[in-house]
Design a protein around this ligand. Sequence first.
Ligand SMILES: [Zn+2]
Ligand SMILES: [Zn+2]
Length: 336
Amino acid sequence: MRAICESCAKPQPPDWRAGDLCIHCGLTVRAESRCYWCAKWGPSGKFCRSCGAASIPDEHYGAARMLKQLGASVFEIPKLLAEFEPERVETYQAIYQQQHAVALAYVDDLRWLEEHLYQRHWSAELEEELTAELPWPEARFKQLNRTPNPPAPDTSRAHVLSERSPINVIRNLAILVRLRLGDMTAYREASYLIEGNDELSAEALLHITNWRCLYFVEDRVNAYKLIDALRAHPMRDYAAPRLAWHAGEPVETPPTSDADTEFIRAIVERQYAVLESALASQDAAKCFAAATALILDKQARNIGPVLRAASSKFQFELLQSILLAKTPIPELLSPA
Ligand SMILES: [Zn+2]
Ligand SMILES: [Zn+2]
């Protein structure tokens, strides 16, 4: 069972009780059940509004799905459930639960990836899609059943998901998360995902135009192609600072809560105070990007600590930027 607001259509927390009002808008909430025959949600009542199947108690849902798979008709299932010994119903229910747990592990993978994504609808959609398939035929269950992944650092977790998950949407989104977490080897694969005109291509575009790619990927997608795609992007607040970077236009959208997007804005709008505070970041790549932007704008007086602590590769590139900017930085000289 789930509870959905009749006005704003938002789901209610798991401890919702009949009669509680919507926690989002304060209006009336209705209880919904998933139909064991068509797997669609509908108001709890005597019959499914989508297919007309007679209702059964919510706790028999899994057993009913098993009976459906075994060939019982929509008319027989409520009768069989009432006639069977409780142990038999429980056995069906347990077999179903085992598969449901496997499905939820994939939903969890996606929920974790979502923490690093701009759209957050993916896991709820996958949960609906997989639940509607259950119970799986033997071959599909074999393909999807797995031992849980051992705990791993974020970048390797994303890497494993991008290479091994049997679920397409997880593999694709994991490529984007790898890129977001600084694995630049994912750029090429991520750039293929911007082809198309759907939610995945919109998500991919924001990732391949993130500041890390602008600084650390040399062989990037053609800028005109990116500009066209960013202009048409449905998530304007995230796209605008990226478009400003590529097209040299002012940003006209309000700030977002996304640190990467706001870092791009700080570079484009020459927010020197923000860039100087980024010099103290724990992320060496971000320090490097901030220092480079400050050098090229001849505002480099505070980059000393970053320059000294940088890896030799970053140090070399920062010195090249100083040469390019053709401005001495007297603040970096040791006091006599
Ligand atoms: Zn509501
Ligand atoms: Zn139905």
